[in-house]
Write a protein that binds this ligand. Structure first.
Ligand SMILES: [Cu+2]
Length: 501
C-alpha cells in the first residue's frame, strides 16, 4: 500500500456574475455576511467545444475497517493536450451505486499533477468548475498520481471505484485559442503535508462556540517557524476562483490577503448544512466564488487560509481547512482587493446528496451503560480485537457490556490488537448513553469531558492517520461516574468504563 496522505479537498469554482464594486476593505476578521437562506446552487453551462470525459479509477478492494492512505500512478486521463475546465469526483460501487457516506466514503482523493496537488475531493464532494475562458493546461507528458484515502466505517469488505468527470477542450479545438491557462495554488492551514490535520476542541471556542485555526490556536501551531497557512505571491497574477474543504463541524474557510501592513478578507467559503442537526455531519455543501470573480494579486502579497469550526456541540479531531485557488500564470485583470470588497456571497457547488440520508441516532436496544451493573475490576489492559473491546463493549450482543471499574486516580489502558491488520481504532468520549444507531450525525465527541486516543495503529511515518502506537490509557483525573466512548473510525463501536471513589 503505498501511502501517503492528505485529505483533501475540493474546490473551486464558478461562473458568472460581476463583483459588486465598492466598499473599503474590511478588517481582518470581520464576520462575513450572514446568509439566512441557502445560497444558490451553481450549475454552469459547459464551455463551448468541450468534451465530457468520464474516468473510473479502480477497482479498489476495500478491507474491513480500512482508513489508510494510498498513492498510485494514474493513467486515466486525456490522450492529447488541452484544457481541463471541470472536475467532478465521486465514489461508486461496481454496480454504479454510490455508497452511503456513513458506510464507506472517500475521505480524500487528491489528483497530483507533476507532484503538485491539483484537484481533490473529500466527503463533501465539492465540484470544481473553471470560469468561462479559463482551464488547467494539460499535457499527456504530465505525471499524474492518484492519492486516496478511502474510509470503510464497517467491518465488511467492499469494492469501489473513484470516478471523475472532466470537461476537456483539446488544444486543436478553435476555442482553445482563446483560453487562459490556470493552475492550482494549494492553500492549506497545515501547508502541503501528508496528513494536514488539527484538533478543534470545545475548550478552544470563543463565547459563540466558534474556533478559528490557526488564529485562535492555544499554542503556535507553527512553533515560531514558517506559517504554513501562508503563500507569498511570487509575481503579479489573477486569482479566478476558490472554494473550501472542511470536516463535520466546519463553518467556513476563508482567505485573507496582506499588503503593506493591511489585511483584508478575500473570500469566505461557507458550509451550508442540509443536516437537520446542524454543523455535525457530512450532509453539507460548500460555497465557491461566483463565476466572474477576479482578483488581481501583486508580487509580495501574502495570502493566508483559515478555518472556522463550530465547537459548541462537540469536539472535532483531525479536522481540516483547505482552500485551493485557481490562479493565472500572470496578470490577467481583476479588482484590487484593497479597494473592492471581494468577499461576496458564494454559490453552492451542489445540493443535498442522497448518500447523506442516514443520520443515525435511532434506538438499537443496546444497554444504557449507566444502568448496567459493575463489570470486573480492571486490572489488566483491555484489548480491542475483531472490532470488539474485551470488557465494557456495547456494540452488540457480545456479553461484555458490563463496564470495567477503576478507582478514581487510576486509569484503564487499551491495546488495539486489530492494528496487525492495519485497522485503526479510537477511544473517543461521547455523551451517555451513546448507545444509539450510528449515522453521519451520531455519535459525536460530546462527552462530559474530552478524551481521545488518536488512531491506534501503525502506518508509514509522516504519511498516515495512524498514531503509530497501539495503546492508550484513560486520563487519571476523571471524576467518579460511568464514561462512554466510541470509535471515530468505526462509529458502531461503543464501550464504557466506570470510575468509583
Ligand atoms: Cu475502530
Amino acid at each position: 500500500m503505498g501511502p501517503r496522505s492528505w485529505r483533501l479537498v475540493a474546490l473551486i469554482s464558478v461562473c458568472a456574475l460581476v463583483l459588486p464594486a465598492a466598499a473599503q476593505a474590511a478588517a481582518k476578521h470581520r464576520t462575513s455576511r450572514s446568509q439566512h437562506k441557502a445560497p444558490r446552487i451553481y450549475t454552469p453551462r459547459p464551455q463551448a467545444g468541450v468534451q465530457h470525459l468520464h474516468y473510473k479509477f479502480g477497482p479498489i478492494h476495500i478491507t474491513p475497517g480500512q482508513n489508510t492512505i494510498n498513492i498510485e500512478p494514474n493513467k486515466l486521463r486525456p490522450s492529447v493536450p488541452g484544457y481541463i475546465t471541470k472536475f467532478v469526483p465521486n465514489l461508486k460501487r461496481t454496480d454504479g451505486s454510490v455508497p452511503r457516506v456513513d458506510v464507506i466514503h472517500l475521505h480524500h482523493g487528491v489528483w497530483l499533477v507533476n507532484g503538485y496537488p491539483t484537484w481533490a475531493a473529500g466527503e463533501e464532494k465539492t465540484r470544481v468548475y473553471a470560469p468561462k475562458g479559463f482551464g488547467w493546461s494539460y499535457k499527456p507528458s504530465d505525471q499524474w498520481l492518484m492519492n486516496y484515502m478511502i474510509h470503510n466505517l464497517t467491518p465488511n469488505p467492499d469494492t469501489v471505484y473513484i470516478t471523475y468527470d472532466i470537461d476537456f477542450i483539446p488544444a486543436t479545438a478553435p476555442q482553445a485559442k482563446t483560453m487562459t491557462p490556470i493552475h492550482t495554488q494549494w492553500m492549506d492551514v497545515e501547508g502541503i503535508k501528508a496528513y494536514p490535520v488539527f484538533d478543534a476542541l470545545r475548550a478552544y471556542g470563543n463565547k459563540r462556540g466558534l474556533y478559528t485555526f490557526p488564529d485562535m490556536a492555544p499554542t503556535d501551531p507553527y512553533k515560531g517557524g514558517r506559517k504554513r497557512n501562508e503563500w507569498t505571491v511570487p509575481h503579479d497574477l489573477t486569482m479566478v476562483g476558490t472554494a473550501g474543504h472542511l470536516h463535520p463541524g466546519g463553518k467556513e474557510t476563508f482567505l485573507t490577503v496582506s499588503r503593506g501592513g493591511k489585511t483584508v478578507r478575500l473570500f469566505t467559503s461557507k458550509a451550508h448544512y442540509y443536516e437537520p442537526a446542524g454543523a455535525v455531519s457530512w450532509d453539507v455543501s460548500m460555497t465557491a466564488t461566483p463565476p466572474n470573480w477576479r482578483v488581481a494579486l501583486k508580487k509580495g502579497d501574502v495570502v493566508a487560509v483559515h478555518g472556522t469550526y463550530d465547537v459548541s456541540k462537540a469536539s472535532w479531531y483531525e479536522s481540516m481547512a483547505i482552500m485551493p485557488a485557481m490562479v493565472t500564470d500572470g496578470p490577467d485583470g481583476g479588482v484590487d482587493p484593497f479597494t473592492h470588497d471581494t468577499d461576496v456571497p458564494g454559490l453552492l457547488t451542489h445540493g443535498h446528496l442522497p448518500e447523506n440520508d442516514h443520520h443515525g441516532g435511532g434506538a438499537l436496544g443496546l444497554p444504557n451503560p449507566a444502568k448496567v451493573l459493575d463489570g470486573p475490576v480492571a486490572r489488566r489492559q483491555l484489548t480491542i480485537e475483531g472490532f470488539v473491546t474485551s470488557q465494557g463493549d456495547l456494540s452488540g450482543d457480545t456479553g461484555l457490556s458490563k463496564p470495567p471499574v477503576i478507582k478514581q486516580g487510576q486509569s484503564i489502558s487499551f491495546l488495539n490488537v486489530d492494528a496487525k491488520d492495519d485497522i485503526y481504532h479510537t477511544i473517543t468520549a461521547c455523551k451517555q448513553p451513546c448507545n444509539k444507531e450510528a449515522g453521519i450525525a451520531y455519535p459525536l465527541a460530546d462527552g462530559p469531558v474530552d478524551f481521545d486516543s488518536g488512531e491506534l495503529g501503525n502506518g508509514p511515518p509522516n504519511f498516515t492517520a495512524a498514531a503509530n502506537r497501539t495503546t492508550w490509557s484513560t486520563p487519571v483525573n476523571l471524576k467518579p461516574g460511568t464514561y462512554t466512548y466510541f470509535c471515530r473510525i468505526h462509529p458502531f463501536m461503543r464501550g464504557s468504563f466506570r470510575v468509583v471513589k
